[in-house]
Design a protein around this ligand. Structure first.
Ligand code: ATP
Ligand code: MG
Length: 573
């Protein structure tokens, strides 16, 4: 099942509207080169929504022979941390992009931004407002009512300059004063009702330390940073559309060295996923997940830990396309891209997740043999390995039924099946414990069926994966289901009430073939018939831990009785 994509906006091999604009600007000489930027605020880890912005900004720079800057929008020291700065840089690299020398921080420009603020004061375009935050909120007006002028709006430039310098010098407490642009309190666009440019914040900044106790607002810092860096196309999400007149106003008023242009595209929304750093932060701080890189998280760190290849994520973003219309993407599209990538690349191995012991009664007790197993059915270059066959084996509990219904073709009393790469075996006896539960099977094998075919041409209807008990290595396997139990988490108000209590299922006592014991971290393999798995960073020699990256098919919606996400493709406003 492949979700809808914005096929109209980015036809196969064609260009989306952003790339059309850039191509036009270059063709008509409005831009000599393309310079873009990805501007994360380091107040959390990047999520899959950011991947869309990263792929767009770095992607167009690459395609048009330009460059893309990584710029930390570090203007709010109360929420920003070095851990986030480092994680963001690592995630962008992992996604496959390189900013080269072009690593910047809004804080690199604090001195210049300050000087330009004085410029605005001198030209009468900014003033210091002494109103309290509550008073300012109350006088801002609403969508239908104009705002009211501040009693401090007509202050003269000299007094404003003096107050602003004293703000910088640390004479006033947090919130006592702000520097505001003097635009129009009656504007239909609330962003133009004398927006704040600087606020007082006595806080230590991860990079500038205690050098500043006033910090520029996003709206003031962003466009000017773009201009300083010579950004030609400032690509952002639609919620900034209403900020564009302010972006332009500031560029008009200031002696900036270049003239960037802002273009907006739709945010990535995925049904069932919450892509908001605010909520993700609370998931972590509230202990709802094991950290920012919990494999259930929609963060890039979480997806990476889960085993999602960066290439699959890039392919997903490409298939989603670039549009201005808001839409909600089916998460099955991401799974599809992950499976497609891993099916092509991942080696095959065998592991039994819920083991059931099988004894092959007619196989000599002291005998073992190595049977050749193919590492990848479509890629002979991946070669073969030996899997041990012996008298004691593990098979999957699910692959046995004592009283099978009609369409169940796997093991049951008297039934013959094939063991992958091994022999045909027949179930002769069911061993139960005192509680009447099946604890083991006694089987026989047919020595003539080595390699999986009977010389007399008889057929079996099922091929099972298995591991030899003698050299199996025990493992813990973590299965992940959606973190939220509905397609639109939080629609009823409380997003945390929608957490799926079954999002993590931990299986212990799983049995893996020994070839899985020394796998490098980050490598994903297919457990035959089970899905794709990768070693978790909690994995240690002798105590293996695997994450399920994705199953072989989309079974979750079916098994849980929940339909595929309902909001798919619908426009959300
Ligand atoms: P959040 O809503 O998760 O807090 P944000 O926009 O506040 O995200 P930033 O660090 O400011 O986070 O985002 C950096 C860039 O990533 C911005 O240009 C923003 O527009 C873009 N971005 C954030 N979320 C998405 C999304 N869901 N889809 C596409 N781009 C996004
Ligand atoms: Mg933001």
């Amino acid at each position: 099942m492949v979700a809808e994509t914005n096929a109209v906006d980015s036809p196969e091999g064609g260009r989306d509207f952003i790339r059309e604009i850039i191509a036009g600007d270059l063709a008509q000489g409005r831009a000599q080169t393309v310079v873009t930027r990805f501007p994360p605020e380091p107040n959390g880890y990047l999520h899959i929504g950011h991947a869309k912005s990263i792929c767009l900004n770095f992607g167009v720079a690459e395609e048009f022979g330009g460059r893309c800057h990584l710029r930390f929008d570090d203007t709010n020291p109360t929420k920003e941390e070095q851990e986030f700065i480092d994680a963001i840089a690592a995630d962008v690299r992992w996604l496959g992009f390189d900013w080269g020398e072009h690593l910047f921080h809004a804080s690199d420009y604090f001195e210049q931004l300050y000087a330009w603020a004085e410029h605005l004061i001198a030209s009468g375009d900014a003033y210091v407002d002494d109103q309290s935050p509550d008073e300012m909120r109350a006088s801002r007006g609403t969508l239908t009512e104009p705002g009211r002028n501040s009693p401090f709006r007509e202050r003269g430039a000299t007094e404003n300059l003096d107050l602003f310098r004293r703000m910088r010098a640390g004479e006033f407490p947090n919130g006592a004063r702000v520097l505001r642009a003097r635009i129009d309190m009656a504007s239909g666009n609330i962003n133009l009702r004398d927006p704040a440019l600087y606020r007082i914040l006595h806080a230590t900044h991860p990079r500038t330390g205690d050098a500043w106790c006033i910090y520029p607002t996003y709206d003031y810092a962003h466009g000017q940073s773009d201009a300083i860096e010579g950004i030609t196309h400032s690509l952002c999400t639609l919620e900034f559309e209403d900020h564009k007149p302010l972006y332009e106003w500031l560029l008009d008023k200031l002696p900036v060295p270049s003239r960037p242009r802002q273009y907006e595209f739709a945010r990535l929304n995925i049904a069932g996923l919450v892509l908001s750093k605010r909520v993700l932060t609370r998931l972590v701080s509230g202990g709802h997940v094991a950290g920012w890189d919990d494999p259930r998280m929609p963060t890039l760190a979480g997806l990476r830990r889960r085993g999602v290849p960066a290439a699959a994520l890039r392919e997903f973003i490409k298939r989603v396309g670039m549009a201005r219309a808001q839409s909600v993407v089916d998460p099955a599209l991401l799974d599809f891209c992950v499976r497609e990538d891993l099916n092509r690349a991942a080696s095959r191995r065998m592991a039994v997740l819920r083991p059931l012991r099988v004894t092959i009664d007619n196989y000599p007790e002291d005998q073992t043999e190595k049977l050749p197993a193919i590492n990848h059915p479509d890629d002979p270059a991946q070669g073969t390995r030996g899997v041990t066959f012996s008298r004691e084996l593990w098979v999957e509990q699910d692959d046995f039924m004592e009283e099978p219904p009609k369409k169940f073709f796997r093991l049951s009393p008297g039934r013959e099946v094939r063991l992958r790469y091994g022999y045909f075996i027949t179930c002769r006896e069911v061993v139960k414990n005192a509680a009447g539960e099946v604890v083991a099977l006694r089987c026989t094998y047919d020595p003539a069926t080595k390699g999986g075919n009977a010389p007399d041409g008889r057929k079996v209807q099922a091929t099972l994966h298995w591991v030899s008990a003698a050299d199996a290595v025990p493992a813990e396997v973590r299965l992940y289901n959606p973190l939220f139990g509905r397609a639109d988490p939080g629609a009823d108000g409380d997003v945390f009430a929608d957490l799926n209590p079954d999002s993590l299922e931990v299986l212990t006592g799983c049995m893996a073939e020994p070839a899985l014991a020394d796998m490098a971290k980050g490598i994903v393999v297919q457990f035959e018939r089970q899905g794709y798995f990768c070693p978790d960073r909690d994995s240690k020699p002798g105590a293996l831990v695997f994450n399920r990256t994705v199953g072989l098919r989309d079974t979750w919606a079916k098994e849980s009785g929940r339909n595929a996400p309902a909001a798919v493709g619908k426009v959300r406003t």
